[in-house]
Write a protein that binds this ligand. Structure first.
Ligand SMILES: [Zn+2]
Ligand SMILES: [Zn+2]
Length: 161
């Protein structure tokens, strides 16, 4: 199965080095963590996928073991390079579509991706897409023009919490 992204496979060390180089250069980049069979990789392995947006390049570290603990420091690192809203922003409840996806995730029925407007895996370029790959219902989407902060915070808590 081909994934949504053409990914150059690298070691974890090389991925960390690439993420640090992006941040130091002030280049845009973001991360996806993927599970076996994920639409983004089309791979039976788990992966940490780094999109170097300004290079239109995609790097991936693949493993059979859980990768969330190794993805977390990279996500924090790259968050700092993006325009991340600060803690003074008012917390709003997530939208009803994303809340329904969150309920499905808590039931073990799938996993989330946050696809920003520049994301190469985003089926709606220029807009924000919250994608939920539901093992029974297929791909569910919530699309918005503005950065859906409350939805993103909910999803990040579910992924990294
Ligand atoms: Zn996926
Ligand atoms: Zn992406």
């Amino acid at each position: 199965m081909a994934g949504l992204l053409a990914i150059s496979e690298v070691s974890y060390e090389a991925l960390v080095a690439k993420a640090n180089a992006l941040v130091q250069a002030g280049s845009r980049g973001h991360l996806h963590t993927t599970l076996p069979g994920c639409l983004i990789t089309g791979s039976p392995r788990r992966a940490i996928v780094l999109e170097a947006t300004d290079e239109s390049a995609v790097y991936g570290y693949f493993d059979n073991q859980p990768i969330e603990d190794r993805a977390k420091p990279l996500a924090i690192l790259l968050h700092g390079a993006d325009s991340v809203p600060d803690d003074r922003d008012e917390l709003q409840p997530a939208c009803s579509a994303v809340n329904r996806m969150a309920d499905r995730m808590r039931m073990g029925k799938g996993h989330f991706h946050i696809l920003n407007p520049a994301c190469l895996a985003n089926p709606h370029p220029g807009r924000w897409t919250i994608l939920f790959e539901d093992t029974e219902l297929g791909a569910l989407e919530s699309v918005s023009d503005e950065r859906p902060l409350a939805d993103i915070r909910l999803v990040e808590r579910l992924i990294y919490g």
